[in-house]
Design a protein. Structure first.
Length: 166
């Protein structure tokens, strides 16, 4: 059994307890969720959940069938990473000194980071991009003194419309 990364997209009723029931399916089947992002769609009664798990393909099919049985799940599909666009957002607070200020500004220029807050002693940058790009920026910024960070988790859309999921 070879575990691989699976990107799932779910449309669900926007009601209390739905996320708990969905994560319960993964827990009951002994599968970990590596990344999770939830937000309302254009319809405030419906939320979209984008999640990543590691498992073999047969196990992922089993998870999807179990998710599809939940009353509040409207639709669940696996997204092919080669036919989709994925992005993640990260906020990172970096210690800023006279010695590191130029390196922080270089990161802004090189990686297209946005400065969202600046003080005499620290700076908060916003980075949007692929997981690989986020990891590259983290590697660059780590020696400068990361004080804190927050990541959204992956969001994704298919490049083409397919059924209801797009």
């Amino acid at each position: 059994m070879i575990e691989k990364r699976h990107l799932l997209s779910l449309y669900v009723d926007n009601k209390p307890g739905v996320l708990s029931r969905i994560s319960g399916v993964f827990g009951r089947l002994g599968c970990n969720i590596k990344s999770l992002c939830v937000a309302e769609t254009t319809d405030p009664n419906v939320s979209r959940i984008t999640l990543i798990s590691l498992s073999d393909s047969r196990f992922t099919e089993k998870i999807m069938k179990n998710l599809d049985k939940l009353v509040d799940v409207i639709e669940v599909q696996e997204i092919d990473p080669s036919r989709s666009v994925e992005r993640e957002t990260m906020l990172v607070r970096i210690a800023v000194t006279e010695d590191t200020r130029a390196d922080v500004m270089r990161a802004v220029d090189m990686f297209g980071c946005m400065i969202v807050s600046m003080s005499d002693t620290s700076c908060i940058l916003q980075i949007n991009g692929s997981k690989d790009m986020i990891e590259t920026v983290l590697s660059y910024l780590s020696p400068l003194g990361i004080e804190d960070l927050a990541r959204t988790g992956v969001i994704a859309l298919r490049q083409e419309t397919q059924d209801k999921m797009s």
